[in-house]
Design a protein around this ligand. Sequence first.
Ligand SMILES: [Zn+2]
Length: 330
Amino acid sequence: MNLIDMHCDTLWQLIDLKKQGNLMENDCSVSIPYMKKGGTLAQFFACFTYLEDYLTEGGKNVGKEDGYESCYAHVLQMIDYMEEQVRIFSGDIAFAFSGEDIMKNKSEGKISAFLTVEEGGILNQNLERLSVLYDKGIRLITLMWNYENCIGWPGSRDTKIMCRGLKSFGIEAVEEMNRLGIIVDVSHASDGTFRDIMRYAKGPVIASHSNCRALCSHPRNLSDEMIHRLAESGGAAGLNFYGNFLGTEKESCIEEMTAHILHMIQKGGIGFPVIGTDFDGFDGMEHMDIPDVSGMEMLWEALKKKGLGEAELEKIWNGNALRVITEVCG
Ligand SMILES: [Zn+2]
């Protein structure tokens, strides 16, 4: 089936929330056995860091900047953890830093792991950090999470925040990411930040885990205009399985997933949709049609029933993501 899933928060679950299990055995939605069963070619693992957890130190409130310093240290720990995991399970999984690496790992019967950062605030006005992160293997950065940071502003229902765009450091960060070969990810960005990123970024830009506003009006989703702009850049958007972004509130259903994919195709072309499950990044769902990555075939079959052919499904499963990875990272 050869799935490339461009976003999961499994590292956050293993390290911060559950504090138990590992890549082989865990009670998350992504594990080596699940990925094998689901036909995973490559999984993007987000190093997500939650600013709120770092705003106090020793019972004292610290400023946002100090908080982001701790977040940066935390991301480095997450990278170390993943390096250790890949060492332990080296028979099954290997890092990939380019499209070529994915193919090499596949020929050796291994799943590829990509490292990403979800929260550009950890740069904390420090451009050199991008080179450090690149050298440590980070190949995608989700510039925003749900807070204003040194880069720009997050998606919000507050129209004032939604209009605000990239800060001057954010412009430099985008340009430096382009230079290094790190994929720019606009998921979580405000409409203003999105607009500015599209102005300054060169080459493909992606929304790694965002759905369509036309079907579910949520600030985390993409308007048709945004889909058009991303597609024009050669980029993509990853289908997010969270019910609140699909438009099903307490459920995560295949029917809505297929509708969002079909809408992405209609507005962005068949080269546009990818998968960005957001597995292990949300809770509160009473029901999930696809509770973990082992069940991805169900979505494949459902899309086939909607009329998509094998070649089109291959593009959504891996071809579109591979195109972006190869173009940006080599
Ligand atoms: Zn996210």
